[in-house]
Design a protein around this ligand. Structure first.
Ligand code: AMP
Length: 284
């Protein structure tokens, strides 16, 4: 498993792979890896000749009051986990000073409403940071397939749109959410939770399951469903950021429960912001 820090070296490595005609699967991450990340890497290994994983805590996707400085990092552990998978050819770990030189000036921004809804409301500017870094990483890695998690569904939808709009020649593969035994979606940020907070955290998934079963039982009233989810969270004194029911492809609000529906939520457990979602297909 090769470890590359230098961007020019990465360009040269990719050129060599491409010359041989090998397909490239790419998994971008911010490190502090868990089973969720590894599921993407394994999938990339099954579907491509070469697998490249990036580890880069992208400073420009964090707001000034957000957790960039305290975001968990453990490169040694990450590299050990990736090596054990035996399917990773290269880990790309660029440095922030090389990704964003002092005079860096070019940002990639969706001008539609996708970055302004759901997480975009409480994290203004976050998705410009995400689209800009992934545009840069794709220019460097030139993958055939890009592996993203449904855990960050808004991010996946936005990146899919960017890739289509900017004609990147890469297929987007969205992988299912990997959960802890009690239902909590795995996340690097779960390490922020105290033992008491960790015990409470599965309530997010449970509240989304309430919405799912209401829909399965035939409930059609979107507000009623949101109210039930809110009631469950309010009862436990959870601070809600948002609960939204939107179209899973466009992220626009649904008027009626039809088609591919994304039920997405963000809550605060103590100071930690957790997100989760579920996708339901409702035939017309
Ligand atoms: P991050 O390191 O948080 O930027 O995540 C890197 C990639 O892993 C993103 O595409 C995430 O959506 C994905 N990911 C994170 N957590 C999970 C999870 N629990 N299940 C599946 N994919 C995940």
């Amino acid at each position: 498993m090769k470890i590359i820090v230098d961007i020019k070296e990465m360009h040269d490595y990719i050129k060599k792979i491409k010359k041989r005609g090998s397909s490239i699967g790419f998994v971008p991450t911010m490190g502090y890896l868990h089973e969720g990340h590894l599921s993407l890497v394994r999938r990339a290994g099954e579907e491509n000749k070469k697998v490249i994983v990036s580890i880069f805590v992208n400073p420009i996707q964090f707001g000034p009051a957000e957790d960039f400085d305290k975001y968990p990092r453990d490169t040694e552990r990450d590299l050990k986990m990736l090596k054990e998978l035996k399917c990773v050819d290269c880990v790309f770990m660029p440095e922030a000073k090389d990704m964003y030189k002092e005079d860096f000036a070019t940002y990639v921004e969706l001008k539609n409403n996708m970055p302004n809804v759901l997480c975009g409301v409480s994290r203004p500017g976050h998705f410009v940071g995400v689209t800009t870094v992934v545009a840069k990483l794709l220019n460097i890695v030139q993958s055939d397939r890009l592996y993203l998690g449904q855990k960050d569904m808004q991010q996946a939808v936005i990146l899919k749109k960017m890739i289509d709009d900017l004609n990147y020649d890469t297929e987007v593969v969205i992988c299912p959410i990997v959960r802890e035994k009690d239902g909590l979606a795995m996340s690097s940020r779960n390490t922020y939770l105290s033992p008491e907070e960790r015990e409470l955290a599965p309530i997010l998934h449970q509240s989304l399951q309430i919405a799912e079963s209401m829909i399965e039982l035939g409930e059609k009233d979107i507000e009623k469903i949101r109210d039930e989810v809110k009631r469950k969270l309010n009862k436990a004194n959870i601070k809600i950021d948002y609960i939204e029911i939107v179209d899973a492809d466009t992220l626009q609000k649904k008027e009626t429960l039809q088609g591919k529906i994304l039920i997405a939520a963000a809550i605060y457990i103590g100071k930690t912001r957790l997100i989760d979602n579920t996708i339901i297909n409702i035939p017309d």
